[in-house]
Design a protein around this ligand. Structure first.
Ligand code: GYE
Length: 311
């Protein structure tokens, strides 16, 4: 694993540092992968990671962050479940001079309350998914149903916006229904069942756009249960690129996904190392890549590659 570390990180020994990590929960396969990669990245650097699972609740995250401040940790990583409501606790961390790094989701708070944010461009992810649909359906009429992520989270807000931007001006493509599936497989399935009932047993649905792969996997099950073929009768496009969606793509049951790296902690530890060494201020936003994968991109190989990465 040492070879995976950047030269900056190798140059700075941060072993012995204590870092608190307030994780959202385990709503998705991607989230579980992020947790395991964060643990690996900490271990490789000799960082003592204090892990707190908030079980999807902001109040639990706020409590965990206050606990980390009381313990006097060297830094705090937080994946903020929703965008608003962070000013007070982030101010407390700042007053305690503990740097905070946001992972994978954003906050509506003054930028001086955190050292940096490591995340994807979630509007771009939505655009990439939407552009794939535009290119795929051409001039055909296409009624889309949308499974949104957690209400009030930046990925739900931004992935919706990006997709809408991509289909704007293509009047043959319309979003017929849009509801939250909370980024989980079970809610994705449940909400999709409702969409299918409301849309002529699914016959009127051309595509499902899910804000993450787990909801897409749930939707695929609902489509099958309704006697339709996912990937053919109803196109499936989503975001994350977790192993299970590659299984579905390989089987022809899903069509496209946009990759989100689970390694947000690696860049976070690198900037913290430089910050601790000599106060180097990192870029405020460290943006990870958003690459499209379809059946043309060796889905079986991508599945294996991710299993090797610690998903
Ligand atoms: O796409 C989803 C998850 O915050 C960007 O959260 C992340 C999202 C990810 O549960 O699967």
């Amino acid at each position: 694993l040492a070879t995976a570390l950047s030269s900056a990180a190798l140059a700075q020994d941060i072993s012995g540092k204590v870092v608190g990590f307030s994780q959202i929960g385990s709503e998705s396969g991607w989230r579980a992968a992020e947790t395991s990669v964060t643990r690996q990245e900490a271990e490789a650097r000799g960082v003592d990671l204090k892990f707190a699972d908030a079980q999807q609740k902001q109040e639990n995250q706020i409590k965990a962050i206050r606990g980390f401040i009381a313990q006097g940790v060297d830094a705090i990583l937080v994946a903020p479940v929703v965008a608003t409501g962070w000013d007070e606790v982030l101010t407390e961390a700042k007053e305690a001079e503990i740097p905070v790094v946001l992972l994978d989701r954003g906050v509506d708070a003054p930028e001086d309350l955190y050292l940096t944010s490591v995340a994807s461009d979630q509007v771009e992810e939505g655009r990439v998914a939407g552009q794939w649909l535009v290119d795929t359906v051409g001039a055909e009429d296409c009624k889309v149903v949308e499974l949104q992520g957690t209400v009030g989270s930046t990925p739900a807000i931004n992935r919706k916006q990006g997709f809408e931007e991509a289909i704007a001006g293509h009047d043959n493509i319309t979003i017929a229904r849009s509801q939250t599936g909370d980024f989980t497989r079970s809610k994705g399935k449940e909400v999709m069942e409702g969409f299918i009932k409301a849309e002529n047993g699914g016959a009127d649905i051309c595509a499902v756009y899910a804000h993450n792969d787990d909801m897409a996997v749930g939707a695929i099950q609902a489509i099958k249960d309704a006697g339709l073929k996912p990937g053919t009768d109803i196109l499936v496009v989503s975001i994350d690129a977790v192993p299970d969606i590659f299984t579905a793509i390989a089987a022809g049951e899903a069509n496209a996904t946009v990759e989100l790296t689970p390694n947000m902690a690696g860049p976070a530890f690198d900037v913290l190392a430089a910050y601790w060494a000599d106060g180097t201020e990192p870029e405020k936003f460290i943006i990870t890549e958003s690459k499209l994968y379809t059946s043309a991109d060796d889905p079986a190989g991508e599945y294996e590659r991710r299993k090797d990465l610690g998903y």
